[in-house]
Each structure stands twice: as structure tokens, then as C-alpha cells.
Design a protein. Structure first.
Lengths: 166, 623
């Protein structure tokens, strides 16, 4: 059974670990230099879901704290978002929240999963539970992930895949 | 019969009709049922009405037009999408038509330079020689074709030749979309254009774009420009046949049923080297042929360039010629066609041609006449209209026509009248122009025809006269001289009227004339003739005075000598005055002009024949 293709976008502030978080879980079709040139890099990942196999075409959008016109065009037609923040830098959560809101305002409601990164440095986090609660209201699921250990990344991707596969 | 009986009777007699009537009434009073009724018959009604009477079409024209305009204003995209499969072929047809003539020229040039064999092959293939040669030299193959959903970059379908290198096609599709968005955003703010071609070595990406999907092909080799047309046609067919499926595509691995077949047609677009053996057998001949082609092309381009320079030079020469406006100048079939405007007074376009190395025989001129306002043309026009005499200069200062030199007053007056009407001339300046006095004098003599006793002269427009002339001529001359062109002052006061001279001479001759008497009232010897002559002179005097607006006065005084007595002498003096007076009246003199006097000498006894007379005094008074 062949997989259904779905466009997924990874969004988040600068240096929150978007690329390195998913790097080991996807098929790297293109070099990371595209991120600094074109501002986006395409990866793919095929996952078996309850609805059948789905091929995620993942648009890894270069870090930003506010979407420009070109980044909005990259978001067009996305079936889901992986929203990434850095747990050790609380303002990146705010940026993630704002980017999510901007995307919603432009393209309407699209399923999203929140990844709060650097779970391996939990002692240095300045993100409290209240923040997580509020994030949970904006996203289908919120995960504490680690790019270093790979914790929860697979779960996050699978969760989103399940949502967009139907 | 009670009321109830009547009702029952009604029910029995008209029950069914009443039910039918109520049903009809309900139907008419219910908007929904009326709408249903009308919707049932409306299509057929429109068909019948349209077939029988064009009024329905006319009635619907304006509302339908307004609906379309409103719909386009609200969302032009829907209309653009609907027209996409139609507009592409129409535009290509128009462009192909425009290029056809250019291709024909190229064909003509090439056809003169290839071997009979090549020409035969082209004829056998049923294509123009130029196309045949082009096809032989272009080798390419469409290796992969991606059909990509425009909205999200998802790959709808991907086909490729076996062995063609293909990475993750979904990622390639998405990355192509991302790069296109990136280029659009970077260089084209409105996003109306899309990436159509990218080249890398022997590979190139050809993109054609529709409203819902883009077709991107990987081409190896050198493809002709016509490939884009073929790709566009494939994409248009896909849009035409699968428009809704494209819009609804959601990433299904099965793509859109049927599209793969259409897409595979892209892979059929290729051209292989034909007749390789021929090329291998005769490489030298091929090189010679190529050299000849290049040389002929170089010659053709060179001669075309030189010719275009000559035409451009001729155009410059024409445009710098006053009175000529060039709209269009082209070289067609060896002839130079010129269209424009030309003032009849401008230089001859044919005479200009040799200076630009254009053969006058090659010229085809189509000039519409017009009146130029170029200064040299206005000057020529002024000379043609005014025809200035020798010595008169004409020059233009802006819109002021300046005239210099000397000319007759008549010409000057004519120039003043018609000069204003010359196109391009607003005012005339005669301030530097002098009038020819001699010419004016000749015109004055011709007009006034003065008697020989009159001498006329003209100095700076002042007409003067001297000498004597009849009063009638003087009066006429005074009236007419004012009408002479170039005469600004008339002085004829110094011309003496000949009638005045004669009057003076007559007065001198008449005044003091005596008519002598022998005794009493008997005229002395010879005085009768004298009296008759006197009568004629006085009559002449009277007439001259009349002609000059004067009146003659005549006093006849009868007198006596010193013999006789006073009373007798008084009677004699009176009688002599009467006798002379009657003689004058008899000669025609007006009696009213004659006054009678008497002068009786003292009685001294001296006889004096000289005092026995009537003396005539004549004078002139104004009326």
C-alpha cells in the first residue's frame, strides 16, 4: 500500500533545534545549506499510521521570530505544523506561540504539535508547568523533546502523522 | 329548503369543482409552488422564446453582462481558471502568426545555401528547409516530468525514463516549489510570474504553470523553443480534463486517474540524431556545409545590418528635411517603403535618397500632404504666396514674418492683406521696408492724369502738385489722390485753378471799360461792337464766377460832359447806363448782377466826348 503524501512545516525561533531534533528521524533529501540560502529545506519521512501509510513531506523553515512573505508562502497548503521551542529560553516559547497564531490567522486552523526542546537540560529550563498548560490549549499535543537523545521526537512526529493521515 | 339543504346541494353539484378551484387558488397564493411551476417550464420557455424572437436575448444581454462583471470584480481568479485552457492556444496562435513571416525570411536565406539532397529530404519530410536543418541539429530528451500541485507543492504525478536519475520525487517537487516561491518573493512582488526554466550543464528544467498545477520537466540536451508549446498543450489538456481532480488532490499515492497517461506524453518529446551514418561517413562535407551555412548567415546578417544602416540614414535625412514627417520606414522585398506626411514645399524625398545610398528606383513613397510649420517651409510658403518683387527680402522670426527692402505701396498693401492668412505667420513686420516713391508717382500720374500745366511729385509718400489746372480736375484729383496706395499725404494747394486766372484776366480787361456816346444816347462810332464784345466778356466772367462758387458784380455808371443842363444830363446819364445794361442783359448777363449808377458832370460849358460815356466796373464777391 503506497503512502499518502502530506505537507508538514517545522516552525520556531532561531536556534531552538528544529533541524537537529528531527534530523535523525527523517530522510534528508537535501543539504542544510538550503536553510541559509532559500530559507527552507525539504525532508521526507514515511510512517505507518492507523489510517495507513503516510509520507510526510517536511518543510523545515529557517528560524524566525516573525513570518515574512516568503515564509508565509512556504506555509501555504501545509497539513500540519511541528512547532519547536527551546525550554531553556522561555522567550522562544512566546515566539512559537506568536508564529502559531500568525499561521492560524493566515491559513486557518491546521493541526499542530508542540515540541519543547532540550529536555536533557531540564535543570536549566525557565518554562513552568503553567506555560505547558497554556501551550496544550493551542496544540493537539505538547512534547518535551531532546535533540541530543532523541527523546519523544518520534512520538511527536507520529502524533502529527496520525492527525494528518486521515 | 333550508340553508343546510342548499349547502348539501351545492356540495353534491359542485363539490369536485370547488376542490379543484381551492387547489388552484392555494397554488397561486403560495410563492414556493409558483417558483416550482416556473422552474418546470422556464428552460423550455427560454428555448422557445429564443428560437422565435430575439428580444429575449437582447433583454438578457445587460443583466448577464452585469453578472459577469460583478463576478470578475469579486474573484477574477475563477474566470482566469476557466479561460486558461482557451487563452493559451489563442495566444500561441497569434505569436506563431507573427513569427511566421520572420521564419519565411530565414527559410529563404537558408534555402539558397543547402544542397539539393538536403532540400529533397526536407521536401520529403514535408517541413520547411529551415525547420528540417534545425531539427537535425537539436538533440534532446525529456527524462522526467513532475506534475506538482501549485497550492502546497505536493507531487501529483511523476513519470521518468528508465535509468533517469531520480531522488525522492516528493522532496524534489516540494523543493522546486520552495525555490520558485523564493524566487517569486525575491524578484517579483506580485507573484504573477513563475519559474519557467533553469539550466545546469546539459540538464535543464522546463516549467509551465497552470492555475492548479505546474508541469516541470527535466530535459537533457538542447531542446527547441517549441518544446514549451508542447508542454503547455499537455498541461492545458490536463487542466481541461482533470480540473476538479487537481483541485481536490490531497496527496493520494494513486495520483489522479488518467493523468499519468497524459504526463507520459512528455517523455515522448525527444529528438535523436538522425542518419548518424551519413554524418560519420562525410564529416568533412558536414563541416563544409556548416561553414557555408555560417558564412551565408554572416553574409546575410552583415548585408542586413548594412542595409538597415542605409535605411536608418535615409530616415535621418528625411526627418531632418523641413516639411517631411516620417511615420514608418521599412524594407520589404527589396524596396524601401516610407509612410508619412509631406508639405508640397518640402525637398523631394527621391532626391535625398542617393545621399543615403538608397536607389531611388527602390523607393515606395506614401506621403499624405500636410502644411508644415517648419520655419524654412513657412518662408517658402510666404514667398510663393506674396511673390515679392526684386529687392524685397523675407525672413521668419518665430511666427513674425519680417519684410525688408523697397517695394511699391500697392504690393505692400497686398502683402499686408494676404500675409496674415499664411499658415504659420502670426504677424507681419514692415518696419524695415521702404516704399518706392517713383513707383507711387507713376501710379499717381496714371490715375489722376494731370494736365501738362501741372507738375506732380512724391517724396516719402507725400504727393505734391504745382502749376495750374481746371477746377474740375483739381477737385477730382483731390478726391482720388487719397486712395493711392503708398500716399500718406496729399498737398495740391499750390495748384492754381485755370478758371481763377482767366477770371482775373477778364476782370482786368473789363473793369474800367468805357462805352462812348456821340450825343445823348447815340453810341459813338465803333462802340456798338465794343459793347457787344463787353457783353460777351461779362457773360464769360459771370460763368467763370459761377463755376468757382463766386458771384460777379457789375456796376454800369452813365456820365455826361459839361454842356447842357443838369436835369437833361441826368436823364442822359441814366439813359446811357440803361442802354449799356440792356445790351449786357441782351448778351446773357444776369440782370441781378448789374447795378446802375449815374455821374453828371458840373455844367461848365465844356464839351468833352470822353465824358459822354458809360463806364463799367466789374468785381467778384463770394456767394
Amino acid at each position: 500500500m503506497e503512502a499518502v503524501a502530506r505537507k508538514i512545516c517545522i516552525i520556531g525561533d532561531f536556534a531552538v533545534g528544529k533541524t537537529s531534533t528531527v534530523a535523525r528521524f527523517v530522510h534528508n533529501a537535501f543539504s542544510e545549506k538550503y536553510l541559509t540560502t532559500v530559507g527552507v529545506k525539504i525532508d521526507t519521512r514515511e510512517i505507518d499510521t492507523n489510517s495507513g501509510p503516510v509520507k510526510l513531506v517536511i518543510w523545515d523553515i529557517a528560524g524566525t521570530d516573525r513570518f515574512s512573505a516568503i515564509e508565509f508562502s512556504y506555509l501555504r497548503g501545509a497539513a500540519g505544523y511541528l512547532v519547536v521551542a527551546d525550554g531553556t529560553r522561555g522567550h522562544t516559547v512566546d515566539v512559537a506561540r506568536r508564529l502559531r497564531a500568525e499561521a492560524r490567522e493566515r491559513y486557518g486552523e491546521v493541526p499542530s504539535v508542540m515540541l519543547v526542546n532540550k529536555a536533557d537540560l531540564a535543570d536549566e529550563w525557565d518554562t513552568d508547568e503553567a506555560t505547558f498548560d497554556s501551550l496544550a490549549q493551542d496544540h493537539a499535543a505538547v512534547f518535551r523533546t531532546s535533540a541530543k537523545t532523541g527523546d519523544n521526537v518520534e512520538n511527536a512526529i507520529r502524533t502529527l502523522a496520525e492527525m494528518v493521515a486521515g | 329548503m333550508s340553508v343546510n339543504d342548499i349547502d348539501r346541494l351545492k356540495q353534491l353539484l359542485f363539490g369536485n369543482e370547488k376542490k379543484a378551484l381551492d387547489a388552484i387558488t392555494r397554488r397561486l397564493e403560495t410563492p414556493e409552488s409558483r417558483t416550482d411551476d416556473i422552474s418546470d417550464v422556464l428552460p423550455e420557455a427560454i428555448l422557445r422564446s429564443h428560437a422565435a424572437d430575439p428580444r429575449l436575448t437582447r433583454a438578457l444581454e445587460e443583466p448577464v453582462e452585469l453578472c459577469i462583471k460583478s463576478s470578475i470584480r469579486r474573484d477574477p481568479g475563477d474566470f482566469a481558471d476557466a479561460l486558461f485552457p482557451v487563452i493559451g492556444p489563442a495566444i500561441r496562435k497569434a505569436i506563431a502568426e507573427a513569427l511566421r513571416s520572420m521564419t519565411q525570411s530565414l527559410n529563404q536565406a537558408i534555402e539558397n545555401s543547402f544542397s539539393v539532397t538536403t532540400r529533397f529530404k526536407a521536401w520529403r519530410a514535408g517541413v520547411p528547409l529551415g525547420d528540417y536543418i534545425l531539427q537535425r541539429n537539436l538533440v534532446y530528451r525529456v527524462e522526467q516530468a513532475f506534475l506538482i500541485k501549485r497550492e502546497d507543492g505536493l507531487l501529483i504525478e511523476h513519470v521518468h525514463h528508465e535509468g533517469a536519475l531520480s531522488r525522492d520525487s516528493d522532496a524534489v517537487s516540494a523543493m522546486f516549489t520552495a525555490i520558485q516561491d523564493f524566487i517569486q518573493d525575491s524578484f517579483k512582488q506580485d507573484g504573477g510570474e513563475s519559474l519557467t526554466k533553469a539550466e545546469l550543464g546539459e540538464l535543464s528544467l522546463w516549467g509551465v504553470h497552470g492555475p492548479k498545477a505546474s508541469l516541470v520537466c527535466v530535459v537533457r540536451g538542447v531542446a527547441p523553443a517549441g518544446l514549451r508549446t508542447e508542454l503547455s498543450e499537455i498541461l492545458e489538456r490536463i487542466h481541461l480534463g482533470y480540473s476538479e481532480a487537481l483541485a481536490d488532490y490531497n496527496g493520494s499515492p494513486d495520483g489522479v486517474a488518467g493523468i499519468e497517461l497524459e504526463l507520459e506524453k512528455c517523455l515522448l518529446l525527444e529528438h535523436r540524431e538522425v542518419d548518424d551514418s551519413e554524418g560519420k561517413k562525410k564529416p568533412i562535407a558536414g563541416y563544409i556545409m556548416l561553414f557555408i551555412v555560417v558564412a551565408l548567415l554572416a553574409w546575410w546578417i552583415g548585408s542586413s545590418y548594412a542595409d538597415s544602416r542605409r535605411v536608418a540614414k535615409y530616415r535621418d535625412a528625411l526627418e531632418s528635411t523641413p516639411g517631411i514627417v516620417v511615420h514608418d520606414i521599412t524594407r520589404r522585398r527589396g524596396q524601401v517603403h516610407v509612410r508619412g506626411l509631406r508639405d508640397p514645399l518640402s525637398g523631394d524625398p527621391v532626391e535625398i535618397a542617393p545621399a543615403a545610398d538608397i536607389d531611388p528606383a527602390d523607393l515606395r513613397l506614401d506621403f499624405a500632404p500636410y502644411q508644415s510649420l517648419d520655419a524654412p517651409i513657412i518662408e517658402r510658403r510666404a514667398r510663393r504666396i506674396l511673390q515679392p518683387p526684386r529687392g524685397v527680402g523675407i525672413s521668419l522670426d518665430g511666427s513674425r514674418l519680417r519684410l525688408t527692402g523697397s517695394a511699391s505701396a500697392e504690393w505692400k498693401q497686398k502683402a499686408r492683406l494676404i500675409g496674415q492668412a499664411i499658415p504659420g505667420v502670426a504677424t507681419l513686420d514692415f518696419s524695415s521696408m521702404t516704399v518706392d516713391d517713383e513707383q507711387v508717382l507713376r501710379e499717381a500720374i496714371a490715375l489722376l492724369q494731370p494736365p501738362s500745366s501741372v507738375e506732380l511729385s512724391v517724396i516719402n509718400g507725400r504727393l505734391e502738385g504745382r502749376g495750374s489746372a481746371p477746377a474740375g480736375w483739381l477737385r477730382r484729383a483731390t478726391n482720388q489722390a487719397g486712395t493711392l496706395a503708398g500716399v500718406n499725404e496729399v498737398v495740391l494747394d499750390e495748384i492754381v485753378m485755370t478758371e481763377t486766372l482767366e477770371l482775373q484776366q477778364l476782370l482786368q480787361a473789363i473793369d474800367g471799360t468805357s462805352i462812348l456816346f456821340a450825343a445823348n444816347l447815340q453810341l459813338a462810332s465803333g462802340q456798338a461792337a465794343e459793347l457787344e464784345r463787353l457783353g460777351q466778356d461779362l457773360l464769360r466772367l459771370q460763368n467763370l464766377a459761377d463755376g468757382l462758387g463766386l458771384q460777379a458784380q457789375i456796376v454800369v455808371t452813365g456820365s455826361t460832359d459839361g454842356i447842357g443842363n443838369v436835369s437833361g444830363n441826368q436823364l442822359a446819364a441814366q439813359g446811357r447806363a440803361d442802354l449799356v445794361s440792356r445790351a449786357l442783359i441782351g448778351a446773357g448777363v444776369d440782370p441781378a448782377l448789374i447795378q446802375l449808377r449815374t455821374s453828371v458832370s458840373p455844367i461848365d460849358g465844356r464839351a468833352d466826348p470822353a465824358r459822354r460815356r458809360a463806364i463799367i466796373r466789374a468785381g467778384i464777391v463770394r456767394n
